[in-house]
Design a protein around this ligand. Structure first.
Ligand code: ZN
Ligand code: ZN
Length: 128
């Protein structure tokens, strides 16, 4: 780990200096994490909330989204979920709710795509 410059804790009104790789001082890191945990139950992990499910149902009813768009391995199935064309970094990422970033996909293609993306990451995982 390279040593980075210290910066102020991101918690509003806190003057503690934290390591460059951290957002909050130790006290506020716990506090913020607690708030986040309370906010999302395990079912709502990664932003797939009730709001998202409702949106998905609506999205997949639109005529242009009925068929699986990924069509991996010649797939001709109906869409079963909403795929993020450019996968977001969690629900806070603007790409998560960007309609232009959504397409219909069957569960199979959606998970195959997720897999291929991980395998295709050049310096990802343990090979770094
Ligand atoms: Zn703090
Ligand atoms: Zn498919």
């Amino acid at each position: 780990m390279p040593t980075r410059a210290k910066k102020p804790c991101a918690y509003q009104g806190c003057a503690s200096l934290v390591d460059g790789s951290e957002r909050y001082c130790e006290k506020h890191r716990k506090k913020v994490q607690q708030q986040v945990d309370e906010h999302r139950g395990s079912a709502n992990d990664r932003g797939y909330t009730y709001r998202w499910r409702k949106y998905s149902l609506w999205f997949l009813r639109q005529p242009e989204n009925v068929m699986c768009k990924l069509q991996l391995d010649g797939c001709t199935k109906l869409s079963e979920c909403v795929d993020h064309i450019d996968p977001p970094n969690g629900a806070d990422d603007p790409r998560f709710w960007d309609t232009d970033n959504h397409q219909g996909a069957c569960i199979h293609c959606n998970s195959v795509k997720g897999h291929r993306k991980m395998e295709g990451t050049p310096r990802g995982g343990v090979y770094l």
